[in-house]
Design a protein around this ligand. Sequence first.
Ligand SMILES: [Mg+2]
Length: 268
Amino acid sequence: MPLIYGILFILRCYISLNIIFSGIIVNLPIFNMTHMKAQKYQHLFFDLDRTLWDFDGNSRITLREIFENRDLQQKLGTDFDGFIRFYKPYNLQLWDQYKQGQIEKAYLSVERFAGSLRHFGLDDVDLATKISKDYLTISPTKTKLFPDALEVLETLKADYQMHIITNGFNEVQFVKLENSGLMPFFKNIITSEMIGVQKPKPEIFSYAMAQSDANKEESLMIGDDQDSDIIGAQNAGMDQVFVDFHHDPLKANPTYHIHQLKDLLNIL
Ligand SMILES: [Mg+2]
C-alpha cells in the first residue's frame, strides 16, 4: 500500500507542476501565439458591387418599386416576374455589347427598358427614359448588403486599413456607400471614373495603392469578379480573395477562394 500512495503522490506532484508551468509558459508573451500572429497584409482593397453591396438584390427591389409606381402591370399586361424574365437577359445582353464597345452607356441605360416595354407591345421611349432615370436615382439608395458584411468589416477594421476599388461612377457609388453604412470603414474610395480606367487595368490598382501608401506585398484585393478583380489584381502584383457566392467555375487561380464574407476572418 505505501508503494501505491507513493506513486499517487509523485503523479499528483507531476500533474500540479505541469499545470503551474504550462500556465506560466503559455502566458509569457513570447509563447502566446495570439500575440505572435504574423500579419502579412496591411491594406485590404474591396470591390463594392456584388462583393459587399448586393447589386442584384437591390436592383430587383428597385425594379419592383418602379414597376408598381409606373403602373406597368396595367400598361404591359404582365406581372413583375414576367417583366423580369425578359428584362434580365436583355439587360445582360446589352451589357455584353457595352463591354465590347458596340454601344454607349447612355443607350444601354434607356434601351434595356425601351426594349422590355417593346417586348410587351408598348413602344414608348419617353416612358423608358423616365424609368431609366428612376432606376439610376433609386437603386443606389438601396441598402441590401451580403450577409455579415458589416460585422466582418467591424472585426477587420481593428487590424487593417481598408479601401474600395470600384468600376463605377462617383455619384452613384458614393450614394451606395453612404446609405448602406459602409462609408466609415474605408479610408480611400477609388472609382474608375476618378482615373478614367476600369478594372482589370493594372493602373487602377497601382493608383489605389499609391493613394493608400501601400505596397503590393502588403495589399490584398477582395472581389467577386474573376476578370476585373482577381486577374486584374494578379497583373498588378497583389494577392487576391475570390468571393465566390455562386460557386462559379474557376477561371483564375486566386490566392484565396471563399464562398461567404465571414470566411475572410479565417484568412485574416
Ligand atoms: Mg463586383
